[in-house]
Design a protein around this ligand. Structure first.
Ligand code: GDP
Length: 372
């Protein structure tokens, strides 16, 4: 039998191991038109929104990436603008070498509409400079609504010359959705070809689509960044936590000894010992996530007694997240900073301030210059 590939995720079709990528039952394989084959996993994701875990070994992943590193290609690096640090994955620099890179900030529809794109772009430039990462150009898009795709395509054609194009990024930044937009808008596809799912790690193999000039654009498997909160959530918690619509920021005036809970997933305490001032705290989380304010000296008890009822998600002990640890942040200047809970959201405050943030030990908690 010729080698067949799943048109949803790019995995090599096989009928030997249900747990591995590309599985199709032998009988289905016999009666099917090889052109529109999708593996059982993609079929179930499309039709039942199922959560199915498949293992892509490190070796398989490295094989895929190796192919890119040996080619003179244009890299389109995608990040989730709502989670820059969590989705940036500096290791991609090692994998893609010194290739030409365009940076794409996806999911701009999640940021409040009154925020100027130029402001976000100059913030991105500053963040890239901090990472020591050089790019040819950068752009903001929304794969959900197709915003700025014309500019993105012009940018790709401007820089690619006669080279292939590879879309890279961490899982869930929206790569599959971007490819589908490109295919539908510019390459004549009638429906979604690549499987889009909110389960991390959906894209398995290397799927290439011909561009008008004979070169190809490839979707690649996402690098899993273990510091993102989303990897530790069950399906019901995930649904409440991942923002789907424009985020409506909440503003709190907090003083020393006050605490905010973000569902039962994270917490910040205002310490502010030196200044004692009240501070404005602006929170950017999914609108469905409940933010609860309390006194710090009651917070531990509240967490012990009201987790799964007042403080949700998680909704029950089976959905419990890994053990929390605390991180202290002390800012002395009067600039604005974000405290980021990777994959969950962030809070913005103007210095000087002193706060303590809590989240599971596996989740990245960072401070960065404010995006907004
Ligand atoms: P991949 O893992 O990088 O291929 O990401 P997917 O394309 O599968 O998308 C991951 C999740 O992010 C899905 O739930 C998408 O619906 C969502 N998503 C992708 N692009 C956007 C976007 O532009 N805006 C919003 N709000 N969500 C997006």
């Amino acid at each position: 039998m010729d080698e067949l590939y799943c048109s949803g995720c790019g995995a090599l079709i096989q009928s030997d191991d249900k747990a591995k990528p590309g599985y199709i039952e032998e009988t289905v394989l016999r009666d099917h038109n090889p052109k529109d084959l999708v593996c059982q996993r993609c079929f179930r994701i499309r039709h039942y929104s199922d959560v199915i875990t498949t293992c892509l070994s490190n070796d398989d992943y490295l094989n895929v990436i190796n192919r890119i590193s040996h080619e003179n290609a244009l890299i389109v690096k995608i990040i989730d603008i709502f989670d820059f640090t969590g989705s940036f994955v500096p290791a991609i620099k090692r994998l893609t070498g010194n290739k030409d890179v365009i940076l794409v900030g996806n999911k701009m529809d999640l940021l409040p509409k009154n925020v100027k794109q130029e402001k976000i772009l100059s913030w991105l430039k500053m963040m890239l400079a901090n990472e020591g990462f050089t790019v040819l150009d950068s752009i903001l898009i929304s794969a959900k609504y197709g915003d700025n795709f014309e500019d993105l395509m012009n940018m790709i054609y401007k820089y690619k010359g006669d080279r292939n194009v590879y879309l890279v990024g961490s899982t869930n930044v929206g790569k599959s959705r971007i490819i589908n937009q490109i295919l539908r808008r510019y390459l004549g596809a009638e429906s979604d070809v690549v499987t889009v799912s909110s389960n991390p790690g959906t894209t398995i193999g290397l799927i290439g689509f011909p561009l008008n000039d004979g070169t190809k654009i490839f979707d690649t498997p996402g690098v899993i960044n273990k510091h993102q909160y989303t990897h530790y959530l069950t399906r019901p918690s995930y649904k409440m936590t991942v923002p789907k619509k424009e985020i409506k920021p909440l503003i709190f005036q907090l003083s020393e000894g006050q605490t905010l809970f973000f569902g039962g997933l994270a917490r910040i305490d205002i310490i502010n010992g030196e200044t004692g001032d009240r501070i404005n705290v602006v929170t950017y989380f999914a609108n469905t996530l409940n933010v609860h304010r309390t006194k710090t000296d009651r917070a531990d008890e509240l967490y012990a007694t009201k987790l799964y009822s007042l403080l949700t998600p998680p909704f029950n002990p089976e959905e419990a997240v890994p053990k929390w640890v605390s991180h202290d942040f002390k800012i002395r200047d009067n600039l604005k900073y974000d405290i980021v809970f990777s994959g969950l959201g962030f809070v913005t405050m103007r210095g000087p301030f002193s706060i303590r943030a809590y989240a599971p030990f596996v989740v990245g908690v960072f401070v960065r210059p404010a995006i907004i």
